[in-house]
Design a protein around this ligand. Structure first.
Ligand code: SF4
Ligand code: SF4
Length: 96
């Protein structure tokens, strides 16, 4: 069966351009780098972005050490994003 993109149920990072009312409004984020499950799509600009009618989803995730990661994609039902060490991280991350 084809995979579907997990929705972002909430995001605490209110200074991101894609955040309104603690929800993400870009079509899809990319998560993860070599060291942690950070939201690579975090954007800090004076301008707001995304579409208020859209609930953001996970497009791709490079956090291969998360138990929800399969073939560098996220298989969680949905995820939450929050602050960690002054950057945005996937709080649903769970080490294998
Ligand atoms: S999930 Fe990422 S892109 Fe979306 S609002 Fe939060 S920090 Fe911004
Ligand atoms: S739950 Fe795991 S696989 Fe899904 S986006 Fe977060 S870190 Fe990536």
């Amino acid at each position: 069966m084809a995979m579907s993109m997990p929705k972002i149920s909430s995001c605490e990072v209110t200074d991101c351009s894609y955040n309104s009312d603690k929800k993400c409004h870009t079509m899809a984020i990319t998560v993860g780098d070599q060291s942690c499950a950070m939201c690579d799509t975090f954007t800090k600009m004076s301008k707001k972005g995304g579409d208020i009618g859209v609930t953001g989803a996970v497009g791709a995730c490079r956090a291969d050490n998360c138990k929800y990661n399969k073939s560098l994609e996220c298989t969680a039902g949905n995820i939450m994003v929050g602050m960690h060490s002054s950057h945005a991280d996937c709080k649903t991350f769970s080490a294998r």
